[in-house]
Every structure is written in C-alpha cells, then in structure tokens.
Design a protein around this ligand. Sequence first.
Ligand code: ADP
Ligand code: MG
Length: 612
Amino acid sequence: MAEKINFQADVSKMLNIVVNSLYSEKQIFLRELISNASDACDKLKYLALTNPGIAKQSGLFKIKITPDAAANTLVVSDNGIGMNKDDLINHLGTIAKSGTADFVKNASDNGSALELIGQFGVGFYAAFMVADKVEIVTRRAGEDQAWKWVSDGVEGFEITPAERAANGTDIKLFLKSDAKDYVDTIYLRQIIRTYSDHIEYPIVLDLGKAGEETVNTASALWTRQKAEITKDQYKEFYHHISHNFDEPWLTLHFKAEGNIEYTGLLYIPSSAPYDLFQPDRNNSLKLYVNKVFISDKIDELMPHYLRFVKGVVDSADLQLNISREMLQHSLLIEKIKHGTVSRLLKELKKRTKKYDDYMTFWQNFGIVLKEGIYEDFANREEIAGLSYFASTADETKLTTLDEYVSRAKEGQKAVYYITGDDVKVLRNNPQLEAFREKGIEVLLLTDPIDEFWPQVLPNYKGFAIKHITQAEADMGWSRNEAKADEGSLKKLTDLMTELFKTEVGKVTTTEKLTKSPVSLTVENGQMSLHLERLMRTHQQQTAFASTRILEVNPYHPLIIKLADMTADESNRAKVEEVARLLLDEAKIAEGEAVSDPSFFAEKLSSYILQAI
Ligand code: ADP
Ligand code: MG
C-alpha cells in the first residue's frame, strides 16, 4: 500500500530553486547522483569492517549507469549501503543540514546568491533538473525489506514496499523532454569522465547488447602519482569533496613518510564559505584509512583556525577497527595534524611572495588564520609572519610584521599597534599624531581577533608587540614648545576630572598629541575602547569596563587658553562648556557618539557663527 508523504516546506522551496535557476550546467545532476552512490559504497565498506557478513560483495563495489533510449530513462545503481523506509523519509524528504535550511528560508527566488546554494550540497534534488519523475528502489544492507520511493519533485513522494535482490540503490530518472541527451552513451561517457573520473569505484556504463564499459580511472585520486593527475582532475575532486564550485586557491598533495605514513590532498577555496563564523563550524577533512572512508567529523585532524581547509587525509598506519571516538584522541591523529599543519603553513609562506595572489586568500581567510596566533602556541610566530595588516606606512597595501621590523627606526624595539572599528577612522586618530611626526609606523588593527592575539605574542623577532598606549614611556617624548602653565593646567584637569567623573576615570596630560587638543584612551594594559564596543554590540557584560582616560595636549593653543581662563572664577561656565565640547571631540575622533547630540549641535553652530 502506498504511503503519501509531503516534502517539508523548505524542500519544496529548494526544489523550486534547484529546478528553475540553480545551475546553468544541468549535467552536474549526474555528478551528484554518482557522488551519493560512492558515499553509499564508502559507508558499507566502513560497516563491513566490524560486521564482515553485511556486504558479501565487499571489494566489488560498483556504480552502474543504464540509459534506455526507448523509455527515455536513466538509472544510476549502486551496491552500497542502501536505505530503509526511515532513511528514505529522513534523507530524501527533508533538508538535514541546518545551514542549508536557513539559506533556503532566506533566499529569494532569483539573484546571484543562489549560486551559493551549491555550497550546501543540494545533491540528490539536482535530479529534478532533468527528470519530471524519480523512482528509487533501495534495500538497506542487513535488512530484508526493500522500498520504492517515487516523486515528481513538486509536493511530496510515495513510499511502497518493493523487491530488490540485494542491498543497494537504483535511482531511475524519467527524463524531461528537453533532457533526452542523457540517454546518449557518448555524451554520458564524456560527462562521467569530466566530473567523476576521480571516484574510486568503477563507474560502469551499460551499453546494452555491447556489454558494459568501465568509464572512469577508478582509483582514489590521492593515491595516484602527482604527475598523472591533471589540473582539471584535481579541481573536479575538490568540487566533489567540498561542494564548492570555485577554483581551488591552493592544491596541496603530499605523501608523508617517516615513523608514520600518510597522504594528504588538501585544498583552500578561492572564496569564503557562508558559514565560516558559525560557532559549530568545524573542519571538514575526510579521514580515510587505507582508502576506507572513516569520517569527516574528526575535529582533531585540523585546528579550528584552519577550518576552511578541505580535503582528504589517508593513512594506512591508523587502525581500521578502532572507533571514531577513539580515533579522535589518538596520538597518531595528533601527529598527522601536526605534520599537515606545518606543511600548510610552509605552503602559505611560499604564496606570500605574490602579494596580489596572496591577498585573495587573505581577504577570505586571514581573519580566521589570525585566530591561530592565539590558539596555536607552537606555531604562533609562524602564523604571525603569514599575517597582513593595515599600517600607517602604506595606505595602498597591507604589510607584514617582517616588513614593519625592517622599517623600524634606530633604537625602536617594539611593533606598535592601535585597534579600532575602521581603518580610515584609525588613520586620523589623534593618538597617532606624535608617531606620524616622528615617522614611527603603527599597525591599524580592526578585526575582533586583533584584540587578543597581541596578548599571546609578546615578541616577534625580538620586537615587543605593544599597543600605542604603552609607547609614551618607551619614547621619552618631550617638546621644546610653549606649554600651558603648570598650575593652571592642574586646575583645568582637576575641573575636568570632576566634571566628567561619570564618563572618564582620569584626565591626564600627554606628549603624544601634536595637532589635537584632547584624545580618549584607556589605562595601559586594559581592554581597548574598540573591544569594549565589540562586547557591547554582542551584548556581553562589560563589568570589567576599562578606565577611560581623557588625555590633554598641554601644547595646544586651545588648552593653553583654557588653562589661563581657569584663573578667573567668573569664566567657570564658559570653561565647562568648552571642556564638554572637547570631550565630545575626543569621542568623535575615537568613533563614538557624543553624550548629548543636541547640546553639541547647538554649541557648534553658535561657535561657528562667532567665527564667521
Ligand atoms: P549529501 O550527499 O550531501 O548528504 P544528498 O542530497 O546528495 O546530500 O543526499 C541526501 C542523503 O540521501 C544522503 O546523505 C544519503 O543519506 C541519502 N542517499 C542519497 N543517495 C543515496 C544512495 N545512492 N544510497 C544510499 N543513500 C543515499
Ligand atoms: Mg550528495
């Protein structure tokens, strides 16, 4: 008896997108179906490790493609794990991946964002680009009952009990009238070679009376010699394992030999994935043991800061029959990770030689890589060396710590940096005035992670990494210019301290400012104003808010004048008003809002009027 089940709303929406506008190249449906067939064989191979009876044909896995020109159908069969009724309902009627579901919910029905959907692996549903009906007959390994699933890809599907001699799955596509090409064996052979050559199981084309023909190379790509693999084959494999459709920015294929042997085939995408910052995003390296797929959820295989790396690691030295849980924590995995990370970092180093090319990578993943300075104690200096920063030295290009160090002034012992929300605003921050005047470079850091890594990297090549608040003591700056009178200056700062006691913790004088009368900063070593703002936007508590300091420039004519005015008590109201405006000015320069916008606007207009 047929059971009718509706697709989830999201699936219907996705089908609509997939069918109408997703891929210009419809032939990739075949890649998706073959990819699923290959996954199904992988899964059974893995199960058979602990349950040898379950797959009698183990070792003879195969994927068969059967076109029927007369009936206008195409069947993709495999003898992999198969599906039972629950599998069919759960896997082919829903969108399992939460990221995909979210995406589909938010996607409009057209627009270039749709190309992104490829990243989520629409997979099986791609069949409906070329078929107006799909019929699946499948039987799960180890179970007796087979099932038939039929759908027109619109509202839902029907499930009925069926017959199948052994475990595996047949996916039969009733081709649309404009998709008749897919019964043409020449065309099919070409598509399979293009997209699926790297599949390690034989893909066999059923030629009817002419027999069967294996179309692909059928050996796991990473086990082949580098020289025998073309750039396109590397690329297709990357598409297969990553669900991305871009060019790989980096392809790294290597064999590690020594006390532990393993092969790696790793990729870095040329565009950033949508979920790079989703908290639960982890690496998606696939771990194989001697060509048997074990898991793509071994988080210990890659550090979190390299979560954008895709690919395969295969080692015959790992034990096949130990559980995934045990693998997670095995020493061998730790060693593989160690070796793989160091290869990746070396490769990145090489790529820094071409600035523009490296920037493609850096714009996508630099912000993530920098987490490594914080996370990866052993490699922190190396990762810092791979990092690029905006700097006062060059407005057009980012710079490295090495370049900074090479430009350091005689006697300069530190790399100075400032943090803020925006590079443009930072460039004009009054706190940089003396640095600019003395020709001392300052790095302009704007990523949240920039608040953290300098704390764990106290030195780089003998240079201390210091926030500019720590610079004044280093430099012993002082100037031979007219300065406000000490006594009145003290009166002024005392008055300001009292006036601003709810807003700033301290009012001090500084040698750091050359153009601005005042500037805001924090106590040396405390959380920066930038970090405070970040915490606030993320609704984090700021119980540990830093002590704000209003720095006053004793050489500035405005400050000299204002200090003089404090001598006469009758000026008090005016001094307070100007002081308020100065605090507002400091806030604006720091990228913050003034305390009372209407007061500020009104006073500004009135002073402008006096001036003109
Ligand atoms: P993905 O392959 O990314 O998981 P798909 O849409 O391609 O997404 O497939 C959805 C799920 O359907 C698979 O994860 C798998 O559980 C199941 N499936 C699809 N094709 C097969 C098959 N040939 N054999 C067994 N299971 C399959
Ligand atoms: Mg798939």
